[in-house]
Design a protein around this ligand. Structure first.
Ligand SMILES: [Zn+2]
Length: 369
């Protein structure tokens, strides 16, 4: 299908992460498009979230190279943060150089680019296998897709993540790791008027903890903590028995997550008669701009130069499935999708011409890596 028509179809087939039927509808379209390019399709079924679509493309018999090369893995996700019906308020118009619409950038244009790149590479005699994995749960932590991402990355020579590029077109060559802590404070309920002194106020306790946790942020180490959710209490005339916070954590440097775990485990209640319960997990490890990343970027840059494209490198505090690949030591490049802005908002758009440019770049990487 012509890229813009395919993008329109993918954007209009809304696919919020938590709606299995919706994501599966999108998966069926993606599988069909991949079949048109002679892919071998495996649907990895999933009970809770949408199925993952795994498409393997093999070189035509005449084009096989010896020794056989390892595949390049193209990593896309099909789920979005937008609930069904967003498209009615925020439709898909082409506005001059831009295309708007929910999840255009993150990352339905990425899927279009991946398929376009494979098609272009096949036309110029692709002589290596290519694997395309389109997952269903990236926006909610990749809990069911992670094992497949890691397994397929481990057998690949290069992994390209089709998330949007930075607004200036730069690739994402570093990403922070992301984790979450949850803290519960437990106190003792009492009547706020008659028995105030007998209560232990869990919200007051939590207020002390919130300040302490925010202070663990260290910009000099690129470590941030954000108490993003707070809840507690029932009604104003009861001393609250419980309060809870959710804390987003971003780390870049080795050892920082471990430092934070130790600090969090050391938190002690400030008030008499209250207790704390602390849990946490690192969802995605950091993807640092290390030696492997430098070498990968430089090689991609020289391949891009041959088609007169200048690649630039940047990074972001946001994490992606690329974060799972980097610690395996497999070369990975992220931000290989469209160029645009407005992630996760109703201002999301891509620059139309970036689809063709990125498909050309990826085709050239597939043929020359
Ligand atoms: Zn994304």
């Amino acid at each position: 299908m012509e890229p813009k028509s395919l993008l329109k179809l993918l954007v209009e087939t809304e696919s919020p992460s938590h709606d299995k039927a919706a994501v599966d509808r999108l998966g069926a379209i993606v599988a069909e498009e991949a079949r048109k390019l002679s892919a071998q399709i495996e649907i990895i079924s999933n009970a809770e979230t949408g199925n993952h679509v795994l498409a393997r493309f093999f070189p035509s018999a005449g084009a096989v190279s010896f020794p056989a090369s390892a595949p390049v893995l193209l990593l896309c996700h099909m789920d979005t943060v937008f609930p069904l019906g967003t498209i009615n308020r925020f439709p898909y118009p082409e506005a001059g150089e831009k295309i708007l619409g929910p999840a255009t950038l993150d990352m339905k244009a990425g899927i279009v680019i991946a398929l376009g790149a494979i098609e272009a590479a096949q036309k110029s005699g692709l002589n290596r296998p290519v694997t395309l994995l389109c997952t269903s749960d990236e926006e909610i932590g990749s809990h069911t897709s992670r094992e497949h991402i890691e397994r397929l990355a481990a057998e690949s020579a290069l992994v390209l993540v089709l998330e949007g590029a930075l607004p200036d077109g730069s690739l994402k060559t570093w990403r922070k790791g992301v984790g979450e802590f949850r803290v519960k404070a437990k106190g003792r309920a009492a009547h706020a008027g008659g028995d105030h002194e007998k209560g232990h106020n869990a919200i007051e306790e939590m207020a002390h903890q919130v300040i302490a946790i925010q202070k663990l942020t260290d910009y000099s180490k690129q470590t941030t903590l954000n108490v993003g959710v707070i809840k507690g209490g029932t009604v104003s005339n009861v001393v609250p028995e419980e309060a809870e916070i959710h804390v987003d954590v971003r780390v870049m440097q080795p050892g920082e997550w471990e430092r934070l775990v130790a600090e969090m485990q050391n938190l002690k209640p400030v008030l008499d008669g209250t207790a704390l319960e602390i849990t946490g997990a690192l969802n995605r490890p950091p993807m640092p701009f290390d030696e492997t990343m430098k070498a990968t970027f430089e090689r991609a840059k020289s391949i891009a130069a041959k088609i007169s494209m200048e690649l630039t490198a940047g990074g972001t505090g946001g994490a992606s499935d690329g974060n799972f690949v980097a610690p395996l030591g497999i070369p990975v490049l992220d931000g290989m999708g469209a160029v645009g802005e407005g992630y996760h908002s109703e201002r999301e758009y891509i620059f139309t011409n970036s689809m063709e440019q990125k498909a050309g770049l990826i085709a050239s990487l597939l043929c020359n890596w």
